[in-house]
Design a binder for this molecule. Structure first.
Ligand SMILES: [Zn+2]
Ligand SMILES: [Zn+2]
Length: 571
């Protein structure tokens, strides 16, 4: 069906007319037609050929004519004509909140804005506020909208693409002539969101490797193809660049393309002071190349130990490395159990037993089952009676699966008034109580902070899950004074969760680091709703490593007995 495509054209026609200051009634007619067409349940082509389009209110003769033109020729000449009067890419700005066609026209006519970056700069230079009918508030809103839009459009949550990229690297390694292959860039640094993918491979016959790479089934489109590098679009819509280098330069190149930019700027400075020049081919002393097949050699030559990619943000890691004080980051295999799991008792897809067996397979010593509490009706939250029944089942499974241990937990709602969804008599029968916000997201900062602090102050609450509530590309954090949360959590021995669910990661590197400064201890939980999701743990560990956490900062790196002791401290 071409309905959506045609609806989009009329929507843009309306925008263009408004932007150009043409007849506003016609602009509105196009917009209205767009909405009607978007909502049509039947195929617009069929409606057109049967002559039934004219029976639909809001679709006039001139619009039917244009629809016919599109169906027959694949384009609408009026659309193309208007389009040619407007700079390329300008209309994209209309997708940003607070920017409508009239606002856009003013920005274009007065400040000659034609793209995102120019408008961001104009806002930052405080030029937008002085335009008629604008002002500082509107300028601020436009800037916020621009930054958020850019972030959302161009960045993918790492967990959404992780497995596909790992698979792609395996495929590249299987191409004849490839010696080594790896992802560099923000993916290797485990950022919570990724813009595009930088892949590096080493091998001799570079053109042949590239040709075979572009033939992989996951590649949707080849943007450019050269002798040593190429750019493609993957089936996910994401852009990926592949570079093929001589194996002797692999380390230098991997270091260079892993970044971050700021980390590398600082390294180049150090190299310069030592009389070296450093780039993607290696380190140069005058004209003499010091080959760097491995990254370690790059750092070694500059007098540094190898720095884990997750730390490379120029947050002080180079200075620590110079002093030989790099922390021993938590390892990807140091987790001993998962603390946030749902089962079929609430909205999970698998039984407690299946979840436990999957955890055993991963080498875990324990898990905590944390189904939702009674008020969360949409997630089949457990009435007290069913919670007690679940505890019985867990006792039975523990006898069966010994020495593996399933802890009795619950993800208890923090209600609107700040009270918890089960009374203390029930909470105290649980080993591990998670408290979290699942409603009233719009509360103001004072109220939201108070709700969370109330929960932390309850002596049975072991951990606060997803403490900021941010969902990548979907929901901003709650209005919460997160520093107050950090302080109270540290004071009461309440753990904060690094939620590893792929679109959450809401305690990201930045706030984990701050929380640690306040003395907070963490657990990493996957919030799994089926056993495959247990594998999301890696994204949480990635954030922990980006925040320089060591195993001792994270409670569920402890062995069973120590973990059992740690979750009782608060009581
Ligand atoms: Zn939750
Ligand atoms: Zn949950």
């Amino acid at each position: 069906m071409k309905n959506k495509e045609i609806a989009k054209i009329f929507d843009e026609l309306g925008d263009m007319l408004e932007f150009l200051g043409e007849n506003p009634f016609r602009a509105r007619a196009y917009k209205r037609a767009s909405q009607i067409i978007y909502g049509l349940p039947e195929d617009i082509e069929k409606l057109y050929s049967s002559g039934k389009l004219s029976e639909i209110k809001g679709i006039g003769e001139s619009i039917i004519h244009k629809i016919g033109e599109f169906i027959e020729t694949g384009k609408i000449s009026a659309y193309d004509e208007y389009r040619s009067k407007i700079p390329e890419g300008l209309l994209e700005l209309l997708s940003v909140p607070y920017i409508g066609p009239v606002t856009l026209r003013t920005l274009y006519k007065t400040l000659h804005i034609t793209n995102f970056d120019e408008l961001i700069k104009a806002c930052e230079d405080k030029l937008v506020r002085n335009l008629p009918n604008f002002g500082p508030k509107k300028e601020e809103n436009i800037l916020k909208g621009l930054l958020r839009y850019k972030e959302q459009i161009f960045r993918y949550p790492i967990g959404l693409i992780f497995d596909d990229i790992i698979k792609l690297i395996e495929d590249i390694k299987n191409i004849t002539g490839v010696i080594r292959a790896e992802v560099a860039g923000s993916f290797r640094r485990m950022k919570e969101t990724i813009g595009d993918i930088d892949i590096l491979a080493s091998g001799k016959s570079t053109t042949e490797i590239i040709r075979n790479f572009t033939k992989l089934p996951v590649i949707k489109e080849v943007i450019s193809e050269g002798e040593t590098k190429c750019s493609v679009v993957l089936s996910t819509g994401m852009q990926a660049d592949l570079r093929v280098v001589d194996d002797n330069s692999y380390g230098a190149c991997l270091q260079y393309f892993t970044g971050s930019k700021n980390h590398n700027v600082k390294l180049r400075g150090i190299a310069k002071d030592m009389g070296f020049k450093i780039n993607e081919y290696g380190i140069f002393k005058g004209d003499k190349l010091i080959p760097c097949p491995d990254e370690e050699i790059v750092y070694q030559t500059l007098g540094l130990p190898w720095i884990p990619p997750e730390m490379r943000e120029d947050n002080g890691e180079i200075e620590l490395a110079q002093k030989g004080n790099l922390p021993k980051l938590i390892d990807y295999n140091e987790i001993k159990g998962d603390v946030h799991l749902h089962s079929t008792y609430s909205d999970g897809g698998e039984s407690i037993k299946v979840m436990a067996e999957a955890a055993i397979k991963k080498g875990y010593e324990y898990i905590v089952i944390t189904d939702h509490s009674q008020s969360l009706k949409i997630a089949k939250g457990l009435e007290i009676e069913r919670l007690l029944k679940q505890m019985e089942e867990i006792d039975k499974l523990n006898r069966e699966l010994f020495p593996f241990k399933i802890f009795k937990g619950s993800e208890v709602d923090i209600k609107h008034d700040g009270t918890l969804d089960y009374p203390d008599e029930v909470l105290k029968q649980l080993d591990f109580v998670i408290a979290s916000i699942h409603s009233g997201f719009k509360d103001d900062e004072k109220k939201m902070t108070k709700r969370i602090l109330n929960a932390i102050e309850n002596k049975y609450v072991t951990m606060i899950a997803h403490p900021t509530g941010r969902i990548l590309n979907a929901r901003e954090p709650y209005n919460v004074n997160i520093i107050e949360v950090f302080k109270m959590a540290a004071k009461t021995n309440t753990f904060l969760e690094i939620n590893a669910y792929f679109d959450r990661l809401d305690l990201n590197d930045v706030n984990i680091r701050i929380a640690k400064e306040y003395g907070v201890k963490f657990c990493i939980g996957t919030d799994s709703h089926n056993s495959i999701q247990l594998n999301m743990m890696i994204y949480g560990i990635g954030q922990a490593r980006r925040a320089w956490l060591t195993a001792s900062d994270i409670i569920n790196t402890k062995k069973l007995e120590d973990f059992q002791r740690a979750i009782k401290i608060k009581r």
